[in-house]
Design a protein around this ligand. Structure first.
Ligand SMILES: NC(=O)c1ccc[n+]([C@@H]2O[C@H](COP(=O)([O-])OP(=O)(O)OC[C@H]3O[C@@H](n4cnc5c(N)ncnc54)[C@H](O)[C@@H]3O)[C@@H](O)[C@H]2O)c1
Length: 257
């Protein structure tokens, strides 16, 4: 049945960074599609507020404070989700250090900041996958969606640690996909273009946003979080069960590869 391929109803979907920014939009939209949503964020209050709002409008959701760079926190997240919902169908690795990072020359990046970006953006992804893997493997099914960035196609400057970490996401996605495929688990990535998330708008000065040109995009308008939802849902749904290790660019047709 065509519709069943895209059916997310009842699916248990963990969205890291699900309390704010684009992750909050994923949380709300997955809930609107009938999924049981886990908003997991280092900002526990934000995660709980997202879950409470979903629950108030009749959906099922759980808000958790999770630090994805901490192994124990990731294990506790998986345990709490299994305790509440009994299964984990999908993990969206969306949390990252991004909007809180200054835009500056590579030569001015403090070594400690380089390390924390790698600890959250790459080690965090590894730890979250590690935490959900046993239950997905046992069940013989799972969907993992990793969020990279179109910066990796463009070589965008001024956040070298961030861009490097997002290129790592693609290598991670390809290699882990080969190791988990035999257990029915798919792992794919998307590369969003510059997206006007609430956190991006708060952290970018107006001139940085205004000076952006859309001339090079096939679709000539600013990118908003809603533009990413379809791609993430596709990779979390049965429609993509024979697709793994892939990276889908979602930037309005700017970079083509
Ligand atoms: N906005 C963009 O232009 C853009 C472009 C390309 C890719 N992305 C990617 O999309 C994702 C979401 O972007 P956003 O604009 O909402 O950015 P953001 O900086 O607002 O989102 C990051 C989220 O992750 C959470 N987080 C940070 N550290 C964490 C940790 N250790 N443990 C758990 N949660 C943690 C934050 O609280 C926040 O909710 C990120 O992976 C980002 O790199 C964004």
């Amino acid at each position: 049945m065509a519709n069943e391929r895209f059916d997310l109803s009842g699916r248990v979907v963990i969205i890291t960074g699900g309390g704010k920014g684009i992750g909050k939009v994923y949380s709300n939209e997955f809930a609107n599609a009938g999924a049981r949503v886990v908003a997991a964020d280092i900002d526990g209050e934000a995660a709980e507020a997202v879950a409470a709002a979903i629950t108030a409008r009749g959906g099922e959701a759980l808000g958790l404070r999770v630090d994805i760079s901490d192994p124990a926190s990731c294990e506790a997240m998986a345990a709490a989700v299994l305790d509440r919902f009994g299964t984990i169908d999908a993990l969206v690795n969306n949390a990252a250090l991004m909007s809180t990072l200054a835009r500056r020359s590579w030569f001015e990046i403090p070594v400690e900041e380089w390390d924390s970006v790698m600890a959250v953006n790459l080690r965090g992804m590894f730890l979250c996958c590690r935490a959900v893997y046993p239950t997905m493997r046992e069940r013989g099914y799972g969907k993992i969606v990793n969020i990279s960035s179109s910066r990796i196609w463009e070589g965008s400057p001024n956040r070298l640690h961030y861009t490097t970490s997002k290129a790592g996401v693609v290598g991670f996605t390809r290699a882990i996909a080969r190791e988990v495929g035999e257990f029915g688990i798919t792992v794919n990535a998307i590369t969003p273009g510059f997206t006007l998330s609430e956190t991006q708008l708060q952290s970018s000065d107006t001139s940085y946003v205004k000076q952006r040109s859309y001339a090079e995009q096939a679709i000539k308008r600013p990118q908003v979080p809603d533009d990413l939802v379809g791609a993430v849902m596709f990779f979390a749904s049965p429609a993509s069960d024979f697709i793994s290790g892939q990276t889908l660019n979602v930037d309005g047709g700017k970079a083509m590869h």
